[in-house]
Design a protein around this ligand. Structure first.
Ligand SMILES: NC(=O)c1ccc[n+]([C@@H]2O[C@H](COP(=O)([O-])OP(=O)(O)OC[C@H]3O[C@@H](n4cnc5c(N)ncnc54)[C@H](O)[C@@H]3O)[C@@H](O)[C@H]2O)c1
Length: 300
């Protein structure tokens, strides 16, 4: 089981929403915590409420590889090797793909997918080198399972975060590093204000901000789950080394419904000429995958 006390944690998007919940929960476990966020004002505000020597703020844009390396150096110089990584920063853009521009793609993919990729590329080699095991939690979403016509780019990134994280879960197990994928439903958070942190360089082709919709979203997010509740469930999931941390139990039935609909798309075709050999190979692969899943559960 992962031990928390004394470890250094790096939480992206740490100054608001789920991130600040994680920061509080990790501090309570005796971790040293880096609150990494693009919003300096939110970092300053959050630090004031925490009033704790074991937390530091670090301003970083997760979509920048260089900025992530610099942030990692600054944190490790103060708090030592990072062995708990939370790739949590994210933004949303509520529109369908056909109404989107390349700058919309670059922004959302940059933060929601390249952010976690940069976190992994920055910290995994350091974690392996330090040889002290550790844990990575990547924040996807129930929108990483349930797609609708909008928000298409967001769905794309969250499905991709799942794929990357599942693969990492198996490759990092031999290093004693656990990987979980957090899939929240609605959160009481600040994500409705994402447009505020959109870089000026990625405004080309952006639709004008629909302030009425932002207002509606703000009201809607008030009913979201409290970040502290989610954070407690994340730590619980890490202790169990669960592949998926489903913070919102109300989605269980819908996911089962969805998988049954997928399974209903299979057809009982007659065997094609390569069937016997191919399925022989697949049986071998299936067994290896099953073993990898079992091994990953015992990684920490
Ligand atoms: N809000 C929801 O209902 C919901 C549901 C499912 C999943 N999620 C996911 O949870 C994660 C956390 O979001 P939240 O809901 O707590 O939102 P939030 O806006 O309250 O917090 C996200 C934080 O990320 C920061 N951020 C944005 N762009 C950044 C960048 N380029 N670099 C560094 N930091 C950046 C923001 O400043 C903010 O402090 C996201 O990945 C989001 O997609 C949210």
């Amino acid at each position: 089981m992962i031990d928390f006390a004394g470890r250094t944690a790096f939480v992206t998007g740490g100054a608001n929403g789920i991130g600040i919940g994680l920061v509080r929960a990790l501090l309570a476990e005796g971790c040293k915590v880096a609150m990494a966020d693009i919003r300096q004002d939110s970092i300053d505000q959050a630090l004031k409420t925490l009033d704790n020597q074991m937390v530091m703020g670090v301003q970083v844009d997760v979509s920048s590889r260089d900025a992530m390396e610099r942030a990692a150096d600054a944190v490790e110089a103060k708090f030592g090797s990072v062995s708990l990584l939370f790739n949590n920063a994210g933004i949303n853009l509520f529109q369908p793909i056909e109404d989107s521009s390349y700058s919309d793609w670059d922004w959302v993919m940059g933060v929601n997918l390249h952010g976690p990729i940069n976190g992994v590329m920055t910290f995994v080699p350091r974690m392996i080198n330090a040889g002290n095991g550790g844990y990575i939690v990547n924040t996807a979403s129930m929108a990483g399972w349930l797609a609708a016509g909008s928000p298409g780019i967001y769905n794309t990134t969250k499905f991709a975060v799942r794929g990357m994280s599942e693969s990492l879960r198996y490759s990092l197990a031999p290093h004693g590093i656990g990987v979980s994928i957090l899939c929240p439903g609605l959160v009481k958070s600040y994500i409705y204000a994402s447009d505020d942190v959109r870089p000026k360089a990625l405004l080309a082709g952006a639709k004008p901000i629909d302030t009425e919709n932002v207002k509606r979203l703000a009201e809607f997010h008030e009913f979201g789950m409290e970040p502290d509740v989610i954070a407690a469930r994340v730590l619980d999931g890490m202790r169990d080394n669960r592949a998926y941390i489903f913070s919102h139990p109300e989605f269980q039935e819908e996911l089962a419904e969805l998988f049954n609909e997928y399974l209903a798309d299979f057809r009982d075709y007659p065997n094609d000429p390569g069937y016997e050999k191919r399925t022989g190979f697949e049986a071998f692969r299936r067994e290896r995958y099953k073993e990898a899943r079992a091994a990953a559960r015992k990684a920490t």
